[in-house]
Design a protein around this ligand. Structure first.
Ligand code: C5P
Length: 412
């Protein structure tokens, strides 16, 4: 569970909980109760499929109010239930089925849940629950990408046991009610504007070092961490430039995004953008080496072993650290052993203000995940372990620390 349960939210905040049809719908009363315990006003809509798994009575008891259903919607048409239910500060769609995702991604409005979702102004959190094969299908993943691009947040699905007919273990199990409630509170937390007037540069994703026009050396970085930092900085008022290697994420609205491929291109773009930056965050997984010579033509296969001659790439963080000025410089480091000592040594050598250390071996924090568990390491070796939280929460804490460093350097 994240630590967001500690967040305070105004007692007037309200949340819409849409319950979709899957076995996990039985967890809805627990989610509703937890949200009410946080003093939130709660509204609930159940799809017809949800009502095959859970009764209207148990939902209305847990919500302490009526449940919106398609039947009520049709009966009460002039009252536009979809508009009244949409007047909330945030919405969560739990036990979300492939069908609900498809309807929302397609902009459909043929039932109360979908029509309401179209009108919700605040953040929307999806908590999917479905069979692993369905979740991994290109159709569902395409819909998820589309909703993400519109700013919708996702929690899970998680790896675990799911289903009633021995479908077994896999990705598809819905997140637990306490985690759902914690993430809703995170979404409702008022956004600070403490970066207004500041310029933030973020690097993200992998680099590609081409050997010939069609072959390259790279790594599986998804770019999610860097995109989360860029979006958090934007929401806190910063003027943000995001320099990213090849990733499947779309350009975040309101962020100036520069797409590059190689480490040399990354270097040029970051150094140029960093000239007038206040904070530079290097999350990019930069390839340490590139081919000493890049073939202009596709290289033909030859019999026997092949030797590739590699030459080191420039270390961008090191270069920025050597001419740091008043900038706050933040690095990331992935280590498999002696993490704190190595990260502290790196921070000192590269003149970074701090480094976020992660271990690729930690469960749930591998390349591509939505969560991260990092250790904040300062140059002297002092360090602080953070819990496993969403990448957006890591971004929030990282920027809090960057602001602290900036203020310590230039008291306001
Ligand atoms: O030395 P190491 O690659 O572990 O350092 C990681 C940090 O340095 C990351 O912040 C990464 O973005 C940055 N880096 C860089 N240029 C490189 C290699 C790493 O800026 N050539």
């Amino acid at each position: 569970m994240t630590d967001a349960t500690a967040a305070t939210s105004s007692p007037t905040s309200s949340v819409l909980v849409i319950v979709g049809g899957s076995m996990a719908a039985v967890k809805a009363p627990s989610v509703l109760r937890r949200l009410r315990e946080q003093d939130l006003g709660v509204r609930v809509i159940a799809t017809p499929a949800a009502l095959a798994f859970i009764t209207e009575l148990s939902l209305s008891t847990a919500a302490d109010g009526p449940v919106g259903t398609d039947q009520h919607w049709f009966e009460a048409r002039p009252d536009a239930l979809h508009l009244t239910h949409a007047r909330v500060d945030a919405a969560v769609v739990m036990s979300a089925s492939a069908e609900l995702l498809a309807g929302a991604a397609g902009g459909h409005a043929n039932d109360l849940a979908l029509a309401t979702l179209l009108s919700v102004r605040g953040p929307v959190l999806w908590v999917p629950a479905m069979n692993e094969a369905m979740w991994r299908s290109p159709a569902v993943q395409g819909n998820v990408e589309r909703l993400r691009a519109w700013g919708h947040a996702f929690l899970g699905p998680e790896v675990g046991a799911f289903g009633t007919r021995g479908e077994g273990t896999g990705t598809g199990r819905m997140a637990e009610p306490e985690d759902i409630a914690a993430r809703v509170l995170e979404l409702l937390r008022p956004v600070k504007r403490d970066l207004a007037g500041l310029r933030v540069v973020v690097s993200a994703g992998p680099t590609r070092e081409y050997l010939d026009p069609v072959r390259f050396i790279s790594n599986p970085s998804s770019g999610k961490m860097g995109f989360a930092v860029a979006e958090e900085a934007r929401d806190r008022g910063a003027d943000v430039t995001l320099v990213t290697g090849p990733v499947t994420l779309s350009d975040p609205p309101g962020v100036s995004t520069v797409r590059i491929e190689s480490a040399l291109e990354l270097r040029d773009a970051v150094v140029a953008a960093a000239q007038d930056a206040d904070i530079v965050v290097m999350t990019a997984a930069v390839a340490d080496y590139r081919a000493a010579t890049q073939a202009g033509e596709k290289q033909a296969k030859v019999a026997g072993d092949v030797t590739i001659h590699l030459t080191p790439n420039p270390d961008i963080l090191l270069e920025l650290g050597a001419a740091k000025g008043q900038r706050v410089l933040v690095g990331f480091a992935m280590e498999t052993h002696a993490g704190v000592e190595r990260a502290a040594a790196k921070a000192t050598r590269k003149n970074a203000d701090f480094i976020l250390l992660n271990y690729p071996t930690r469960e749930g924090t591998a390349f591509g995940g939505d969560d991260n568990q990092v250790t904040l390491v300062w140059p002297g070796g002092r360090h602080e372990d953070w819990p496993r939280v969403s990448k957006r929460e890591v971004a929030r804490r990282l920027l809090d620390e960057a602001v602290r460093v900036a203020h310590a350097r230039q008291p306001v």
